[in-house]
Design a protein around this ligand. Structure first.
Ligand code: SAM
Length: 196
């Protein structure tokens, strides 16, 4: 999408206006609100790790639901939220040293997304590769019975992704929030009860 079209759409968008009103740092915050309303995973968690956390809208929602939670957040871009419970690392998720973390996260969230090319299958492959990378990291940091929630753009790798997640979690389901644009292939995967 051209940047002028994107700007015009942002101006019209109901959730962009709502985010401003609520003081959320991103429109994406509403997607996590909807995920939490359905799955109630944040309220039960103590330690959360977020992949692709900037500017910080999801972290705001996590803290709103559960003010005592501890968040470890990763992103290559600046994080705009300053809160004592959030430990932000400005780093590429591929370069981060996960060995310094404990295997005690009960919730891992990924809203990570590559820059889009506009070519649907290329974008799908790129985000899928990121999620496959993150799944490999889960073994090191996600506690037994933990939850993993990630965003993908639908496409050919989806079957393999779901198959991989089903081998590691008890329950795997899809969720399309109302606040996710109807014309977007974006969908969230919610994987519950990590088996190892
Ligand atoms: C949709 S935004 C996340 C919005 C966030 N959930 C919020 O509500 O504020 C996707 C994020 O993924 C991040 N990202 C993309 N590639 C990354 C990488 N290699 N390592 C870490 N973060 C990355 C982008 O910088 C971007 O901030």
């Amino acid at each position: 999408m051209k940047s002028k079209d994107w700007l015009n759409r942002q101006k019209r968008d109901h959730f962009v206006k709502k985010a401003k009103k609520k003081g959320y740092l991103s429109r994406a915050a509403f997607k996590l609100v909807e995920i939490e309303n359905k799955y109630k995973v944040i309220e039960k968690s103590k330690y959360v790790l977020e992949f692709g956390a900037s500017p910080g809208g999801w972290s705001q929602v996590v803290l709103e639901v559960n003010p005592r939670i501890k968040i470890t957040a990763l992103d290559v871009l600046d994080f705009k939220l300053n809160h004592p419970n959030v430990f932000f690392h400005k780093e590429d998720y591929l370069n981060f040293n996960y060995d310094k973390l404990k295997k005690n996260f009960d919730l891992i969230l990924s809203d990570i997304a590559p820059n889009t090319t506009g070519h649907q299958s290329t974008d799908h492959l790129r985000i899928s590769n990121m999620i496959f990378d993150i799944i490999k990291i889960l073994d090191k940091i996600l506690a037994k019975n933990g939850v993993f929630i990630c965003k993908i753009w639908k496409g050919s790798e989806e079957k393999e992704l779901i198959k991989t997640l089903k081998s590691k979690f008890n329950t795997v389901s899809y969720f399309k929030p109302e606040s996710s644009r109807k014309d977007s292939s974006e969908i969230f995967i919610v994987a519950i009860n990590f088996l190892i």
